[in-house]
Design a protein around this ligand. Structure first.
Ligand SMILES: [Zn+2]
Length: 350
């Protein structure tokens, strides 16, 4: 496949790491905020998107996540939760997704009068409507906010377990990382794990690589970002341990540039992660907040780094293997990616 003929949308993809509250369509964000009387910094979808992008591209995870106050306010009704989940399914599918895992912290909606259970139910309903419309399997990952009290993160984990096997497939810790190690929430993590949920933890995104080691000790099988594993003293040893543990890194290049985790896509830690033989895939994180698509992320990596489409697709195959969705759905996606690569003459190991 020659570069100039690549149709990035048509490439099969596995969505493992995207936040529902970072994925709203600008038009939907505008409509939902207007309907609820939420004050907005702009009055057209384009201007709103521009404002969010400026906030996001700040070099700080703390500032990056500040845009979420607006998106969470927009999602503060059950209808909105359902709609946002449904539209995210359509958008991911239009971008080539074969398996879709979307996530959110439902307790963020409590101050708006929604219970966590209601919010999760509404999001699952949106995913189910999306699956029915597209034929693409989907599941919800419940996030606990690491900046919340351990008691609240335990409540998040217990909420996730109530929906295990009924639409919720995993548990995650999200939010500002520095000063909020995953070990603070070891009990919540154990509750989710013992209920059979998949465990992915944001780690080593804005904080040091050692946070990835802690996540592995807490038995996470997937790591959100993890880019700092490549930096600082002991990096080689940490990467060796991560390779041996077989954890999958959900790497989101543009988001990492926006939050200051990596200086640019061209100098992204992904290159060292590949050289060290780590198990990674390219993910989008937040389509709205970073004004990107997963296909656009593939393109940016292919054009700006030494990594090519074969390595990117090998990553998507690994992502399918690492998915928390049922084995039969994973196998189908693996077969689809393998067949697509073969048809395109892209050499990957299957
Ligand atoms: Zn994330």
């Amino acid at each position: 496949m020659r570069d100039k003929t690549i149709d990035w949308k048509s490439i099969p993809k596995i969505v493992l790491h995207e936040h529902l509250d970072g994925n709203l369509r600008p038009q939907t964000l505008l409509e939902l905020c207007l309907a609820r009387g939420v004050a907005l910094p702009a009055d057209t979808p384009d201007a709103l998107q521009h404002w969010i992008h400026t906030q996001a591209n700040s070099g700080s995870l703390e500032r990056y996540v500040s845009s979420f106050a607006l998106t969470v306010a927009a999602m503060s009704s059950l209808e909105a939760c359902e709609r946002v989940a449904f539209e995210a399914m359509l958008d991911c599918t239009a971008d080539g997704a074969l398996l879709i895992e979307l996530r959110m912290a439902p307790l963020l909606l409590e101050p708006w009068g929604l219970t966590g259970d209601e919010a999760v139910q509404a999001m699952i309903a949106g995913l189910n409507r999306g699956s029915a419309a597209t034929g693409v399997p989907a599941g919800l990952i419940v996030c606990g906010m690491r900046t919340d009290s351990p008691a609240d993160v335990i409540r998040s984990a217990e909420l996730a377990t109530r929906f295990a096997g009924k639409g919720v497939i995993g548990f995650d810790l999200a939010g500002a990382e520095r000063g909020f190690a995953a070990t603070l929430h070891a009990k919540a993590i154990a509750i989710a794990r013992e209920a059979g949920l998949g465990l992915t933890l944001h780690a080593g995104e804005s904080d040091v690589g050692e946070r990835v080691m802690e996540a592995i000790e807490l038995k996470a099988t997937r790591i959100g970002h993890g880019v700092h594993i490549t930096r600082g003293q002991g990096a080689t040893e940490r990467m060796r341990k991560a390779r041996e543990a077989g954890v999958h890194f959900e790497v989101c290049p543009t988001s990492n540039v926006h939050t200051g985790a990596c200086p640019s896509v061209a100098e992204h830690a992904l290159i060292e992660m590949e050289q060290a033989g780590l198990n990674w895939s390219i993910q989008a994180d937040n389509r709205l907040i970073s004004v990107i698509t997963q296909g656009g992320e593939f393109q940016a990596v292919q054009e700006q780094t030494t990594l090519g489409l074969a390595q990117i697709m090998q990553g998507q195959l690994r992502a399918a293997q690492a998915s928390f969705l049922p084995a039969a759905q994973r196998d189908q996606a693996i077969e689809h990616i393998s067949a697509w690569c073969k048809a395109q003459g892209i050499a990957i190991n299957t």
